[in-house]
Ligand binder design. Structure first.
Ligand code: AMP
Ligand code: GLY
Length: 422
């Protein structure tokens, strides 16, 4: 099989890396890709759905896999399907689950899928009234796509007043009840009817340790069996995932692709914070690290609406990914800093996925955006995986580099609570 992976971040590097190792895959192209992906795949320029369709024709691609949300929301899947080309991802109508917070809240409310109480408003005055009704803290969500940064948790009136005008820029704003609990990223493969769950992962959205500071696209993630019990995972499949897939189909826009439910595990059970119409990033990095088997065959089964006959298997060892970010991120990142130490990190046993890197005119590797690298490693247990990952992280340096030092610690605490009563 000849595969095209659309996108140029850490998730796409991780997907291309895993797909390149599949027995059924002859060649992997990625577009636009990045210098890390270029080591295991052929990177070709491309920025919009019509570019990728032309690439698929030119390189006789058998299956295209889409990483980021923007091309999905723009209708890349509809375009490929109209030309009879196989592509893994949701149609534009189904990708509204991510593309519009207002659509996804309405969808959950009319279908009884557990989520936070909310109100969608179009005017500043209505937003202020809604904030008053909910009390503080309150969650304010811009409609549309914002790379994980369109959400503000306002602690007081001043913070709400400051945030509302910018968040209303797309015309609609969701004001939402603040939910307490632990967050879990629950991602499944869907063929529109059948689903196959991936192991649960946990992301770390705020920029600083202990979940302090503004939200980012994700500063690190891990996958470990202790994130959810089997009973909890089954409950999520029954109350959230299956109803979502069933109702999307019944409403006329079946969801095929990676369906990501961002959940809050509240005292009243799991509730959906958001849907994404794709694999999470950085979650994809530890997940692809742990995936065992021929991913291309599984994705092909989903595209053929035959997921009920497919199986996934996973290495038992937990995997951890720590994101190395640029000075200024999640605000305006400083770019053009030379990156040192990737080979040394890999010599420690880690896989270093590139998220925003480029080659300078002198052929040195430099930073090109906010989230620069995802250092990913596994270990015999979660503590060992964390230690192996941070040993590798410490080999890498660029000016202004920052990262969280507590990725996976919630997992260790949970493990200790459950196994040692501490
Ligand atoms: P979203 O893009 O909707 O997932 O929101 C980004 C992040 O904001 C989430 O991962 C949570 O950390 C936080 N968040 C979103 N909605 C809520 C909520 N209702 N209660 C508490 N935190 C939330
Ligand atoms: N890591 C969160 C996301 O991919 O949206």
């Amino acid at each position: 099989m000849r595969i095209l992976v659309v996108g140029g971040g850490g998730r796409e590097h991780a997907l291309a890396w895993r797909l390149a190792q599949c027995p059924s895959v002859e060649m992997v192209f990625t577009s636009p890709g990045n210098p890390g992906a270029a080591k295991i795949a052929t990177c070709v320029p491309g920025w919009k759905p019509s570019d990728w369709l032309a690439l698929a024709d030119e390189h006789e691609i058998d299956l295209t896999v889409v990483g980021p949300e923007a091309p999905l929301v723009a209708g890349i899947v509809d375009l490929f399907e109209s030309r009879g080309r196989w592509i893994f991802g949701p149609s534009a109508a189904a990708a509204r689950l991510e593309g519009s917070k207002a659509f996804s809240k309405d969808f959950m409310n009319r279908n009884g899928i557990p989520t936070a109480r909310s109100q969608t408003v179009t005017l500043v005055e209505a937003a202020i009234d809604a904030v008053r009704d909910f009390g503080f803290p309150v969650v304010l969500k811009a409609d549309g796509l914002h790379a994980g940064k369109g959400v503000v948790v306002a602690q007081d009136q001043q913070q709400a007043d400051d945030a509302i005008p910018a968040l209303l820029a797309d015309g609609r704003l969701v004001v939402e009840e603040f939910l307490k609990g632990e967050e879990v990223s629950f991602i499944v493969l869907s063929d529109g009817t059948n689903v196959l769950p991936l192991p649960p992962t946990q992301d770390h959205k705020p920029v600083y340790d202990d979940d302090l500071g503004p939200n980012t696209g994700g500063m690190g993630a891990y996958t470990d069996p202790c994130i959810l019990s089997e009973r909890q995972a089954e409950g999520i499949m029954d109350t959230i995932i299956r109803p979502t897939v069933d109702r999307m189909k019944a409403e006329g826009y079946p969801f095929s692709g990676f369906l990501y439910a961002g959940l809050m595990m509240t005292a009243d059970g799991p509730k959906v914070l958001e849907y994404n119409a794709r694999l999470g990033d950085p979650e994809a990095q530890p997940l692809m690290h742990r995936f065992d088997g021929d991913l291309a065959q599984v994705l092909l089964a989903a595209v053929r609406a035959d997921l009920k006959n497919a199986r996934t298997s996973w290495k038992p060892e937990p995997s951890v990914c720590v994101v190395l970010a640029s000075h200024g991120y999640p605000g305006t990142p400083r770019t053009g800093e030379v990156i040192h130490g990737i080979a040394a990190a890999e010599a420690c046993g880690a896989t270093v996925f590139h998220a925003a890197t480029r080659l300078s005119q002198y052929n040195t590797l430099e930073t090109a955006g906010g989230r620069v690298l995802g250092v990913t490693a596994s270990g015999g247990d979660l503590a060992a995986a964390i230690e192996n990952t941070y040993n590798a992280v410490r080999q890498i340096h660029f000016d202004g580099m920052h990262y969280r030092t507590d990725i996976g610690e919630k997992g260790l605490k949970r493990y200790n609570r459950e196994n040692m009563g501490t």
